[in-house]
Ligand binder design. Structure first.
Ligand SMILES: [Zn+2]
Length: 578
């Protein structure tokens, strides 16, 4: 491609409405333009990268036995009513009526459509398993679209859905997708981690998010410094302590202390001269309409997602003042476990603690030396707190670390949530009618491109991995009015294209500085400069965008050298063991 002919409008200034670097660079590099809030046009340079990401996805999905389909963007409301999501999906679902007054939506995801397709065609276990995927436009009417294509309203997504006859098969389908995703993101050239994710309230299901590690990431994750364990902060587990061992001979006498207006952990700790670790915080939650008390060490925080999963509840929220009053006979700030009118659950961190401080369930009073068994009971101990960077890995015991990440993919074992709601059944080999077991697997295509930029850029612009770079090589003849230089540029351009490389020839009549700046901005991995001095000596200059490494190469050797360079890098990215 000749730069002079390419629709490639680069911008020098940082756009004022772009908060994150990927958004800024995609605008500046002429990859995207905004049409309206959260909706973007993809320009030729951007689309070259998008198509490369899609191609890698297709190859790996096909390689894992999935088959490509293309499902409609417009979906009828009836299917969403069947799954129950018409009511619950909320305003993110763009709904409208057609001319016959039939309710429709633009698909934000395709579980309903695919389940309908498969239930109509698949009748027996012989037709299973099946895995169907598509790369298609979705629409989610985000409240606050931002960060360019990272959180936009209309976007391209690869979504795959697996259907299996039994749990074993469903686990295998999940594993195949997990492996395919690992290969996809390796080939795209990203530093990523699959992390265990909270699967919400869908019983029995599990999921992993594929996170691209970047300081600017929206999500926080915890990962082990020694083993493979990684999870998002909502999900990150804390190791269960050794068995409950309390020695009642250590128990001191229970004291009730007047603590006027002393409510918070800090106030109690200052007033009584104890550390926050000596205090038990009692929090009242409402889980599916029922009050429950959660005990946690004064310096820890309750993880509501863990509590919800542990209780198997649909919704968990902090109790209102009147519910606290009903459970504790006192206003907020004086709750404790002794005599409380609610089921009591305690975090593992309290398992072996004796002589603790807690609220007295009486206004302006706390108790000292409260002890489990003697003074209060606990229905169960569980992992209910938010992980901290000082915690140890639940798998191997080594320290955990925190990092920030951008979610680019999600694999999810759905189980029978949709097949039950939509009656997607098959006849098993025992002649019984059973529900298909499903999984769903998404990759945000535009997000993957943006994440690659967030992770790999410098002050001058983008640093594309070779596999998704819009071009492999950019040739810069520094002065196209110089006949020899222009001719050398044209020749190398033809030779490299013949060798199967993707080349951008900057044949514009611009100053060298302008060309270099644009080349750095759009991030082409290999830059070849043809200048008067080096050409007179029979050489050209090669500069690697990522490392800045420069090499002077004889013109005659350039073709073979550059070809080896590009193919070598592509090969190392495509290597399955990479
Ligand atoms: Zn570990």
């Amino acid at each position: 491609m000749r730069y002079s002919e390419m629709f490639l409008p680069t911008v020098r200034e940082v756009p004022s409405d772009a908060e994150v670097i990927s958004h800024q660079l995609m605008i500046r590099a002429g990859m995207i333009r905004k049409l309206t809030t959260g909706i973007y046009s993809v320009l030729p340079l951007g689309y070259r990268t998008v198509k490369k990401v899609e191609q890698i996805i297709r190859e790996e999905m096909d390689g894992a036995g999935a088959q490509e389909v293309y499902l409609p963007a417009v979906q009828p409301a009836e299917l969403w009513e069947e799954s129950g999501r018409w009511k619950f999906y909320g305003k993110e679902l763009l709904r409208f009526k057609d001319r016959h007054n039939r309710e429709c939506c633009i698909g934000p995801t395709h579980e309903e459509v695919i389940t309908d397709l498969v239930r109509n065609e698949v009748k027996t276990y012989r037709q299973l398993p099946r895995n169907l995927y598509q790369i298609q436009t979705k629409f989610r009417d985000e409240v606050r679209p931002r960060f360019g294509v990272m959180r936009c309203r209309e976007f391209d997504m690869k979504d795959a859905y697996s259907f299996d006859a039994d749990e074993k098969g469903a686990d295998l389908s999940y594993e195949k997708m997990f492996k395919a995703y690992t290969r996809i993101f390796s080939r795209v050239g990203l530093n990523f981690r699959p992390v265990e994710a909270d699967s919400g309230n869908i019983g029995g299901a599990y999921s992993h998010e594929f996170m691209v590690l970047a300081d600017t990431g929206e999500d926080a994750l915890a990962f082990c410094s020694a083993c493979e364990y990684a999870a998002n902060l909502e999900k990150a587990e804390i190791a269960k302590p050794a068995a409950l061992q309390i020695d009642p001979s250590q128990f001191k006498a229970l004291e009730t202390i007047h603590t006027p207006n002393v409510r918070t952990i800090e106030e109690v700790s200052a007033f009584l001269g104890v550390t926050p670790q000596d205090i038990v915080k009692t929090l009242i939650f409402v889980a599916d309409g029922k009050a429950v008390a959660v005990l946690i060490r004064g310096d820890e925080e309750v993880n509501e997602a863990k509590l919800r999963n542990f209780l198997g509840a649909d919704a968990v929220e902090l109790a209102t003042d009147d519910i606290v009053l009903a459970a504790t006979n006192s206003p907020k700030g004086f709750a404790g476990a002794i005599g409380i009118k609610a089921d009591v659950y305690a975090d593992y961190s309290l398992m072996n603690r004796v002589n603790v401080v807690m609220g007295a369930n009486r206004e302006d009073y706390h108790v000292k030396n409260a002890n489990l068994g003697r003074d209060y009971g606990v229905k169960a101990f569980a992992d209910l707190r938010i992980v901290k960077e000082s915690d140890s890995c639940p798998r191997c015991g080594k320290p955990v670390r925190f990092a920030r990440g951008i979610e680019v993919g999600h694999v999810f074992k759905l189980g029978t949530k949709y097949s039950k709601a939509m009656k997607a059944t098959f006849l098993d080999r025992d002649g019984k009618e059973k529900f298909m077991i499903m999984g769903c697997y998404g990759i945000g295509v535009g997000r993957t491109v943006a994440a690659a930029i967030e992770q790999q850029h410098d002050a001058q612009g983008i640093l594309w991995p070779m596999s998704i770079a819009p071009f492999h090589v950019i040739i810069i003849p520094v002065n196209v009015k110089d006949e020899n230089i222009a001719k050398a540029g044209e020749e190398l351009y033809r030779e490299l294209e013949e060798a199967g490389l993707e080349v951008l020839l900057d044949d514009r009549d611009e100053r060298a500085g302008v060309k270099f700046n644009d080349a750095d901005l759009i991030g082409i991995p290999v830059r070849v400069t043809i200048g008067p001095k080096s050409l007179a000596a029979g050489n050209l200059e090669i500069r690697m965008r990522k490392t800045g490494e420069m090499k002077t190469i004889p013109v005659k050797e350039a073709r073979a050298f550059i070809k080896d360079l590009v193919k070598g890098e592509l090969k190392s990215l495509n290597d399955p063991n990479h």
